[in-house]
Write a protein that binds this ligand. Structure first.
Ligand SMILES: C[S@@+](CC[C@H](N)C(=O)[O-])C[C@H]1O[C@@H](n2cnc3c(N)ncnc32)[C@H](O)[C@@H]1O
Length: 392
């Protein structure tokens, strides 16, 4: 406390920086245990896990059920897994293409900067982050581009993580620490029915989030509605690629493992997303302005010098992303088992760890076989006037 007192007296002191760096760093084992279950009552965690698993094919569930109950399914998923995500990934919950010599964290930040660059973000613009998690990308992109970003998320627990450190009684704590609390905020709402007026935002992006939508067209139409005419929407989508064969049982198993381990109703093909964007009214085919391609789409895994799934691959070892490696996950598994045994983690915690392990296996296999991508990128534009969406 003495350190906090001194730091407050001098807001630029090293003490404050150390304290705040600690708040921004990855949580420890006890944070993992105490956050497990999110907004779900601790004694209800096991039954929430059972209900969540029942939505999925591996446990007899079906696609229509997941789509009809997407809010319950996705919110249960994020309540159960967010503390694991924070423990393993930090504050940004997404993959990235990676260059040789680049650390995982560097590649994640570059992937966020790439979106800002593609959207051509300019100082003072009003931007929407669709499905913002606990706000890691939002803070990075806002600082990188000097824009005001609203993070939209339907999971109350994640928003409370974005506002963190209740012990200090502060709201928007992570945004404050990052210095963006005056310009960025969070809104709890469903991206299928957004609480914003038409033509509100100068730019919109979504990072590995709209894959949770029960219907891509419905989601893209909402994004189209709230985007200003002439402005752009960019995203990284989770998709099955053209190499996916729906009649191949191994492919089906991989898809089902990813859906179970990642809270997804149904993973769409890249071309289905492209089609939905067009139907929503967006321009997505190549558009050139002064010989520069301003509108484009591509699977970014194709040109990644280091495979995006490497951090989860059993054959890979890294000290800097140790918690994601097979050994790190094995240690986490046993730690969660012990924490559950001594009742520091709720009953059901090991079950969450094991469906996340399934996800890791499915993702690595999906990546290796090139039947799945977490970074189908597109930069789409809402035309100035006359749109397909209006015609629908
Ligand atoms: C894999 S996380 C990605 C989070 C963030 N974009 C990042 O990269 O750190 C997907 C996010 O989408 C949010 N989400 C899923 N379905 C949603 C919905 N219907 N409306 C709003 N947010 C949703 C989840 O709560 C979660 O925060």
């Amino acid at each position: 406390m003495a350190a906090v007192g001194r730091a407050v007296a001098n807001p630029h002191s090293t003490d404050l920086c150390v304290l705040e760096d600690r708040k921004m760093s990855k949580p420890g084992a006890l944070d993992l245990a105490s956050g497990l279950g999110g907004k779900i009552e601790k004694k209800e965690v096991l039954s929430a896990v059972e209900k969540y698993e029942k939505y999925h094919v591996c446990y007899g569930g079906d696609e229509e059920e997941r789509k009809a109950n997407y809010t319950d399914m996705v919110n249960k998923y994020y309540d159960l897994v967010t503390s694991f995500y924070e423990f393993g990934w930090g504050q940004s919950f997404h993959f990235a293409p990676r260059w040789k010599g680049e650390s995982l964290q560097e590649s994640i930040k570059r992937h966020e900067h790439f979106l800002a660059l593609q959207l051509g973000l300019k100082q003072g613009q009003k931007v929407l982050d669709v499905g913002c998690g606990i706000g890691g990308p939002l803070r990075e992109i806002s600082r990188f581009s000097s824009t005001s970003i609203t993070g939209l998320n339907n999971n109350e627990y994640q928003i409370s993580r974005g506002t963190y450190l209740h012990a200090l009684g502060a709201s928007q704590e992570l945004n404050r620490i990052a210095g963006v609390d005056k310009t960025c905020n969070f809104v709890k709402a469903d991206f299928m029915k957004m609480p914003f007026s038409d033509n509100s935002f100068d730019a919109i992006y979504a990072i590995e989030a709209t894959c949770h939508a029960p219907d891509a067209l419905g989601c893209y139409k909402e994004i189209y509605r709230v985007l200003k005419p002439g402005q752009c929407f960019a995203a990284y989508e989770w998709c099955m690629t053209d190499s996916f064969d729906p009649n191949n049982q191994e492919h089906q198993k991989i898809k089902a493992e990813i859906e179970l381990g990642d809270g997804l109703p149904d993973i769409r093909l890249t071309r289905q997303c492209l089609e939905a964007l067009k139907l929503a009214g967006f321009e997505v085919s190549s558009v050139f302005l002064n010989f520069l391609q301003v509108i484009w789409e591509n699977d970014l895994t194709v040109d990644s010098p280091i495979p995006w799934y490497l951090p989860l691959d059993k054959s890979h070892f890294s000290l800097s992303s140790f918690r994601l490696t097979a050994l790190g996950r094995f240690i986490t598994k046993n730690m969660v088992k012990a924490l559950e045994f001594v009742r520091l983690a709720p009953e059901g915690s090991q079950r969450v760890q094991s469906f996340l392990e399934k996800a890791a296996e499915g993702l690595v296999e999906g990546g290796r076989k090139e039947i799945f991508t977490p970074m189908y990128f597109f930069l789409a534009r809402k035309p100035h006037s006359g749109s397909a969406a209006e015609a629908l």
